[in-house]
Design a protein around this ligand. Structure first.
Ligand SMILES: Cc1ncc(COP(=O)(O)O)c(C=O)c1O
Length: 391
């Protein structure tokens, strides 16, 4: 398989991914997931309610709706009518395009804000600069367990009567001052894509704080009808109440997810060990000023989803990225800024609008991070990084 490069200075051309020996990402599946799948297929055992209960216990969210992805969870909130038509939603430029896509598809306008250098999360001062009379919502991204200072952001949002949807797609089992990420804002989303710490081979969750609005999302996920209320005996018949979306989680994903959530502690412990080994083995380079290691603010409890390093410049990063790929190690850049992307430019943005996002996308690199990495694998990756910087 071939993947194109990144279109920045230092780009080295097409990369032959078939030679990869250490993958960037792999799900951690075993017999438990397979057994649950066969229970669903052969015994019609539905795990959806179990998953809802487990997630409720872990996150403490007011109400949880399971969806096909984090993107569809964001989409149902944005399309729910709770935000005024044509209003503006502030998102970081340094994020996955899904956030901008769902804002646009809900008929709203994405407004890009810049990020913090240390944590790569949205910069609250820049959010402040981007707020207008039309701003209805802010969607901060928690970058793999490191979050924006939610107290500060929520204070700002409250002053202007703006909603917050936390994009906690990468943040299953990560916390801010003891609260699960995604439960502090008006709503939050989590992803169970196969690249995430906890995978359902797809799937997502919408976490709602104000349960007074729950019926809106319940109906949207029932083709816009009050069928759930009917099944509870609250109405004589069900009827079309609002535009809906067919984006419920697949029962197959719920079966896998139930097994994954049952081994959350094992996953958390394994990823922490790998993260700490990277940190220890690369600390010499950090002391020498050749790289910066991830910063986890003290208000966060990390889920070790991401281990990224920041090089002194784009040339050093590209040297390391090329060296790793040459050694069969897959290391990637997440994210390419949205404002300066081809579609971001079509929306009227231009390079220079979010300078820190551009700079960090040019300097950062995410190292392989998954449960199948052995101590030897991590040592090999670190050796390749060191050699790239020496050579
Ligand atoms: C920050 C962020 N938000 C949202 C998503 C979309 O998640 P999903 O694939 O579950 O829709 C991703 C995907 O990686 C992401 O990185």
């Amino acid at each position: 398989m071939q993947e194109t490069g990144i279109g920045r200075s230092g780009y080295t051309g097409l990369i032959d991914m078939s030679k990869t020996r250490i993958e960037f990402n792999e799900p951690f599946y075993g017999h438990e997931e397979a057994e649950n799948l066969s229970k669903y297929m052969l015994e019609s055992r539905d795990f959806t309610k179990d998953v809802q209960g487990m997630l409720g216990d872990i996150t403490g969210a007011g109400r949880i709706f399971l969806t096909g992805s984090a993107s569809s969870a964001m989409e149902i909130y944005l399309a729910s009518g709770l935000l005024p038509a044509d209003s503006e939603v502030i998102i970081p430029s340094f994020t996955y395009p899904a956030a901008a896509n769902v804002v646009l598809s809900a008929g709203l306008k994405p407004v890009f804000a810049d990020i913090e250098r240390d944590t790569l999360v949205i910069n609250v001062d820049d959010v402040k600069n981007k707020i207008t009379a039309r701003t209805s919502c802010i969607m901060p991204v928690h970058y793999g367990g490191a979050s924006v200072d939610m107290d500060e952001l929520m204070k700002l949002a409250a002053e202007s009567d703006i909603r917050i949807i936390e994009d906690a797609a990468l943040s299953m089992n990560a916390y801010y001052k003891g609260s699960h990420l995604g439960t502090l804002g008006d709503a939050g989303v989590i992803s169970f894509h196969r690249t995430k710490n906890v995978s359902g081979e797809g799937g997502g969750a919408l976490l709602i704080r104000d349960i007074g609005n729950s019926h809106v999302f319940e109906e949207m996920l029932e083709s816009g009808t009050d069928r759930k209320a009917f099944l509870r005996g609250e109405t004589m018949a069900y009827s079309w109440q609002r535009p809906g979306r067919g984006v419920n989680i697949s029962p197959l994903s719920a079966a896998v997810l139930s097994a994954q959530l049952a081994k959350l502690n094992e996953i958390a412990g394994g990823r922490k060990r790998i993260w700490e080994q990277y940190h220890d083995e690369l600390s010499g380079l950090a002391r020498a000023g050749s790289v910066k290691l991830p910063v986890i603010p003290e208000f966060n409890e990390n889920n070790h989803h991401v281990f990224h390093i920041v090089f002194t410049d784009n040339i050093a990063r590209e040297k390391a990225r090329t060296r790793l790929l040459g050694d069969g190690i897959s290391a990637v850049i997440h994210y390419m800024p949205l404002h300066s992307s081809p579609y971001g430019r079509k929306l009227g943005y231009k390079p220079g609008d979010c300078p820190v996002s551009e700079e960090m996308a040019g300097r950062m690199l995410r190292l392989p991070m998954h449960m199948h990495l052995s101590e030897e694998d991590v040592a090999l990756v670190c050796r390749a990084v060191r050699r790239a910087l020496e050579g």
